[in-house]
Design a protein around this ligand. Structure first.
Ligand code: NAD
Length: 480
């Protein structure tokens, strides 16, 4: 049985503001662990610890901070399989995908470690004689990191690693249903010798400690990933205090299939974009826009592909998709499935769960068709294994449909036509635009983020993260 704990100022503390049982979403009768919830006092302690560690951490050389990050990477790599299995049990991601995610975390740590010795800043010629003018990057201070459950390892690391290498200290509040994994991850980091107070873990409910984090203590910046409703509220609170923030939020990502697409090659990509992780990726494909000339052939190929998907417990290495993550996810996604059964044509449907999957939050993947653009299945984020198909008469109509969304995270086009490819990359309103690639599966060394209600318009990952986690100072010195 696993237990969550807080790590504050280098001490392990079990908070006592309540407990919640954590059950395995692949088999809901099986209890995996217990969450111990924090109250305001732990958040306040975490701020004190992060603030007192800031001076020494920010004064280390980049090379010294890099050594810490390399050690975290090595330690995570050595303990990877344990973290993988715990995350599978806690939030239901299939083991093959979870292994990829943990290795992504290792690579992110190494990528940002290397930034500790990379050149930063610029020398800007002064218009006066004998003046050296240049920019340098300085840390922001104590950064709050608030994360969702769907990438329980990679998302926290793609925030924490750049924050630390830039010299900030961190208070991390993970999602409730990823807090056992968060605790184990921080134990591994603590064992790797991360100094006290540099990273502080506070486990609790957003509804109980969120406001303390955002309004009662004095964070210098906040990086949030989660729903648009929570993210826009956090953005307002940060703006009121004029602190730097980034909010990565929901999506309703479209994949466009044009008449010339090679179905044998592209259908597996469309299916993967829609249904891996049971559709619980912010970049998951949830609208498939198909040009009329290929619609029937695409529909048949899609039906065959979806019918073969294996829905199975997360620890089954052959699972293509596992359960959804929690009872509230199950309720929310099931209501969209019921709506689809009532108001749409079910164009494709996956098989029931494999043996052993009867007791979990399993939802058969479906593709709904025959819907108008105002329908909730076309407009709202489902965050589950449900996709909607729309028909378009030509490329222009397809891009127009793609852009008819309040979200703008990721979009894909499948074609062999170079002109359409370039026009799509220009015209699609999304932060990540991809040709002949699924909407999900972006790379960590490239900027990540969205347009419209998907993001606060900063970018995470790659070099972009270093801009977020630092302030630029313009320095000028006269030789006297
Ligand atoms: P959520 O907004 O419910 O929770 C996200 C985090 O915010 C959790 O840690 C939660 O405890 C915390 N939180 C909740 N209320 C809070 C409050 N009042 N103050 C402070 N913190 C609070 O989202 P979720 O259900 O965990 O994640 C699913 C959502 O995340 C989906 O909408 C998905 O699209 C989005 N997501 C976006 C990205 C991206 O990069 N754009 C990536 C993954 C997930």
């Amino acid at each position: 049985m696993w237990n969550s704990r807080n790590w504050i100022g280098g001490e392990w503390i079990t908070p006592s503001a309540g407990t919640c049982a954590v059950n395995n979403p692949s088999c809901v009768q099986e209890q995996v662990g217990v969450l111990h919830l924090s109250d305001a006092s732990q958040v306040i302690q975490a701020e004190e610890a992060a603030r007192s560690a800031l001076a020494s951490w920010s004064r280390l050389t980049g090379a010294a901070r890099a050594e810490h990050l390399y050690r975290l990477a090595g330690s995570l790599e050595s303990n990877a399989e344990e973290v993988v299995r715990l995350a599978c049990l806690e939030m239901g991601k299939p083991i093959a995908e979870m292994r990829g995610e943990v290795m992504r975390g290792v690579h992110l740590l190494r990528y940002y470690a290397a930034e500790g010795v990379r050149a930063v800043g610029a020398v800007i010629p002064s218009s006066e004689r004998d003046v050296l003018q240049y920019t340098k990057k300085v840390p922001l201070g104590v950064v709050g990191v608030i994360t969702p459950w769907n990438f329980p390892v990679a998302i926290p690391i793609w925030k924490i690693a750049p924050a630390l290498i830039c010299g900030n200290t961190v208070i991390w509040k993970p999602a409730e249903i990823a807090s056992l994994t968060a605790t184990r991850l921080v134990e591994i980091f603590a064992e790797a010798g991360l100094p006290p107070g540099v990273l502080n873990l506070v486990v609790g409910k957003g509804s109980q400690i969120g406001d303390v984090l955002l309004e009662k203590i004095s964070l210098d910046a906040v990086s949030f990933t989660g729903s648009t409703a929570t993210g826009t509220r956090i953005a307002q609170l940060c703006a009121k205090r004029n602190i730097k923030y980034q909010t990565e939020m929901g999506g309703k990502n479209a994949a466009i299939v044009l008449n010339d697409a090679d179905l044998e090659k592209i259908v597996p990509m469309v299916v993967s974009g829609a249904f891996r992780s049971a559709g619980q990726k912010c970049t998951a494909t949830s609208r498939i826009i198909v040009e009329s000339g290929i619609y029937d052939a695409f529909a048949s190929a899609l039906q065959r592909a979806v019918a073969e998907l294996k829905l199975a417990p997360a620890l089954d290495p052959s699972a293509y998709l596992g359960p959804v993550a929690s009872s509230s996810q199950y309720g929310a996604v099931t209501s969209f499935v019921q709506l689809a059964r009532k108001e749409a044509e079910i164009l494709a449907e996956g098989p029931p769960p494999a043996t052993g999957g009867e007791q979990g939050y399993f939802i058969r993947p479906i593709v709904a068709a025959g819907l108008n653009v105002q329908h909730p299945l076309v407009r709202e984020e489902v965050f589950g294994p449900v996709a909607a198909v729309l028909q378009a008469s030509d490329f222009d109509e397809a891009v127009s449909l793609c852009n008819q969304s309040v979200y703008g995270l990721s979009a894909s086009l499948f074609t062999e036509n170079l002109s359409y490819a370039h026009r799509f990359l220009d015209e699609a309103q999304a932060g990540m635009v991809r040709v002949n690639q699924e909407t999900a599966g972006v790379e960590y060394q490239a900027p990540f983020g969205g347009m419209k209600l998907s993001s606060s318009h900063t970018r995470e990952q790659g070099q972009a993260a270093l801009d977020f986690y630092t302030e630029t100072k313009t320095c000028a010195i006269r030789y006297v």
